[in-house]
Design a protein. Structure first.
Lengths: 313, 421
């Protein structure tokens, strides 16, 4: 095929007609979000207040502007959120004109839908709460901010990831996904998890936050916080993490790389108090974000694969 | 400005494909300390002699247990010049569909050949699939050069044999690199043990390979994905057509024609993610506003009046069959997705089935089974706006979906007057 230089607007010479990595990723994500809105009956965007879901909801806003986002966002509230994250959520929802649904894990415990686990982690029990809320609202597509670079089970997941009527993922029997021709067809009760940020890396996300000046919960930026060291990780001392016998806290400059439950998410030593410093820090980081900060992924080699099979994101 | 390059790797367990990717990540310093510690630990527990870098990509429990790659895994790394998305695909014939999936979006395909074994049926199959899927740049990596004493004659023999085979394929750019994925020679760093090789190491080649002109910037195709009409008082008059530019360049003021109605109008404005744009080109996702109020919905296509896609209900395509539970047979009806349009399509004829190892065409074939590829004719319930796949990946491709199970069962590439895949 011969490629001629099209159009009269090329007076400056040859145009490269090439998109930067970030703009190519943005274009792909927006196309995926629109495709879901066009094809699925009742989509919903899962929002945790973490940077990925903030970027995802910002992309959803762009995808439909100047109209509003044509689907709600849902927060699965474990009752163990950092207060800063909840405050940020409410401000963000108002500013982006989003419709928020809250599915509460403490309520589900009270209703007997799930039971508190002995180790205090609500990571596993949030899955049934998520599935029950999705069923109650009749959602047939749930957007998540997961990225394939996060974890090796995620590296195998489709952009449109089929779930059966129990919300289960079968990694050995996934629908082939070719070109950008996504197949969102489901029967009653089945659903699709959609991951528009599949091809982004942690660094891409931060570059985008910087370029687009996207606000985040303040915990993502370094500040002096009271922390205690447990199992090689630094946990902030707060209403969810209390000092145990024999432990001593220290004040250190730390920030969070992920926003999980306040009792399980560790901070990392950092002096990055604003977004550009974070970008530089991530660019030279030698640990993955989950390896560095998530107690919940340390359980076993295939912890994430197992949770995903049960319907976790 | 760093751009994005997608490449697919093909080769079986024994060819060292996962090791190669591990090596690329490791030597380009794209690995994290905890990922490396993790594979070192698993290797140690299994009693391996050296750290098995393949464990970096084989993420599922079954894959680790059986030492095989089951599904396409996507990996990411970047250098100051480019960001790379790697589709790591399994190589065995029973995973042809996975290789097809990985190659469908790739700019470059890497094919590994074991230097001791030479060009195998499998390498031929991988090259054929890459060319069928429209991957224009092929890199043949002659791996395990350490096991043939870095012998130039071995490399040259493989090059000569493969070049002869590739002349039967639609490949515009073919590169040969002698490597040892295990030891790292010519992966990221130039090998000192093969001074006779004058070319670039693999990573350098991937950073330099020119892909910008692979895109079709001539034939304007904009499949309408979603109609944006704010239900609010502030933007009551706004009506925009959202979509991804499949090919060509769109600019405000351009005369356009809308398929299937054939109405002509002018582009009034183009809105991008950050506001109004002077022009839009692939793969941008934009909103096009038109000067006249005409009835347009999802599945329609905006083209140029003198250069529109072919409107047809008769499809002639190469189909890769991806379903293990049922065969493709004449008479059956499937759901079909092409650009942003769903239709139903009936198989009217199987012209032939291709033996992916020998490229022999079996004209007696009456069905396609899992991993088969064949030339098939279909008739669709709605007109589709098509181009030959060789000229346009976006308007020349479609998927078939089983209407009972909703599974994606086939991938189709349209042939055409000028397409002779």
């Amino acid at each position: 095929m011969t490629v001629t230089t099209p159009g009269p607007s090329t007076s400056a010479g040859l145009r490269s007609y090439s998109l930067s990595t970030l703009r190519a990723l943005e274009a792909e994500s927006i196309a995926i979000i629109r495709e879901v809105a066009a094809e699925m009956r009742r989509p919903c965007l899962l929002f945790s207040g973490g940077k990925d879901s903030v970027v995802l909801s910002a992309l959803a806003r762009k995808a439909f502007a100047p109209a509003r986002v044509p689907f709600p966002i849902m927060h699965v509230d474990t009752g163990l959120n950092f207060p800063e994250v909840l405050a940020f959520r409410d401000e963000w929802v108002a500013r982006q004109e989003l419709r928020l649904i809250v599915a509460s894990v403490p309520d589900a415990i009270e209703r007997g839908l799930v039971q508190e686990e002995p180790n205090g982690s609500r990571n596993r029990i949030q899955t049934p709460v998520l599935l029950a809320a999705a069923e109650e609202h009749g959602f047939d597509a749930l957007f998540g901010g997961a990225r394939r670079d996060e974890e090796k089970a995620r590296a195998k997941e489709r952009v449109f990831s089929f779930r059966d009527d129990f919300g289960q993922w079968d990694p050995k029997d996934q629908r082939p996904e070719l070109w950008s021709l996504y197949n969102g067809r489901v029967h009653q009760g089945e659903s699709i998890r959609v991951f528009p940020l599949s091809n982004w890396t942690e660094l891409d996300i931060w570059h985008y936050i910087e370029e687009e000046r996207i606000p985040l919960p303040s915990l993502y930026y370094a500040a002096e916080r009271e922390v205690v060291e447990r199992g090689g990780m630094l946990y902030a001392v707060n209403e969810f993490v209390r000092l145990r016998e024999g432990e001593r806290s220290v004040r250190r400059m730390v920030r969070y790389r992920t926003m999980g439950d306040a009792n399980l998410t560790a901070a990392v030593p950092s002096t990055a108090t604003e977004v550009h410093a974070v970008v530089e820090e991530i660019a030279s980081a030698r640990m993955t974000e989950r390896g560095a900060t998530r107690g919940d992924d340390r359980v076993s080699e295939a912890a994430m694969e197992d949770r995903k099979k049960e319907g976790y994101f | 400005m760093a751009d994005l390059l997608r490449f697919a790797t093909a080769g079986s367990v024994d060819d060292g494909k996962s090791t190669l990717i591990g090596r690329l990540l490791y030597d380009s310093k794209s690995l994290f300390a905890d990922q490396l510690e993790n594979v070192e630990e698993v290797s140690r527990q299994r009693g391996d002699d050296y750290t098995d870098l393949a464990l970096l990509t084989d993420g599922l429990r079954a894959e680790r247990e059986q030492g095989i790659t089951i599904d396409v895994a996507y990996r990411y790394f970047s250098t100051p010049r480019r960001k790379f998305i790697v589709a790591d695909t399994p190589g065995h014939v029973q995973y042809t569909r996975n290789m097809v999936t990985g190659a469908s979006t790739a700019d470059v395909a890497l094919i590994l050949v074991d230097a001791r074994k030479g060009v195998s049926e499998q390498s031929r199959r991988h090259a054929f699939l890459a060319s069928l899927l429209g991957v224009r740049h092929l890199v043949l990596l002659v791996n395990k050069m350490d096991l043939v004493d870095w012998d130039q004659d071995v490399f040259e023999a493989i090059r000569a044999e493969f070049t002869e085979f590739a002349s039967r394929l639609r490949v515009t750019d073919l590169t040969f690199i002698p490597v040892s994925a295990l030891l790292g020679d010519n992966v990221v760093d130039r090998s000192e043990r093969m001074p006779w090789y004058a070319g670039a190491p693999l990573l350098h080649h991937l950073e330099q390979v020119h892909i910008a002109s692979d895109r079709n910037l001539v034939d304007t195709r904009f499949p309408v994905q979603y109609v944006i009409r704010p239900q609010s008082t502030t933007n009551a008059d706004y009506r925009g057509y959202a979509g991804t530019v499949a090919s060509g360049v769109l600019k405000p003021g351009d005369r356009v024609t809308v398929l299937p109605s054939g109405f002509e109008t002018t582009i009034a404005a183009i809105d991008g993610p950050a506001g109004p744009l002077d022009e839009a080109y692939p793969p941008m996702s934009v909103v096009v506003r038109l000067a006249d109020d005409i009835d347009i919905s999802r599945g329609d296509m905006i083209c140029r009046p003198q250069n529109a896609a072919t409107i047809t209900q008769n499809l002639d395509a190469q189909i890769c069959w991806m379903d293990g539970s049922a065969q493709l047979v004449p008479g059956r009806v499937y759901a079909l997705k092409h650009t942003t349009r769903w239709a139903r399509a009936k198989v009217t004829e199987i012209a032939y089935r291709i033996d992916v190892n020998t490229l022999h065409r079996d004209q007696e074939a009456t069905s396609l089974s899992l991993n088969d590829i064949g030339r098939v004719r279909l008739r669709s319930t709605l007109p589709l706006f098509t181009d030959p796949y060789t000229e346009n990946r976006a308007t020349g491709s479609f998927i078939l979906v089983d209407e009972a199970t909703n599974r994606t069962v086939g991938a189709g590439m349209l042939t055409g007057a000028r397409g002779t895949v």
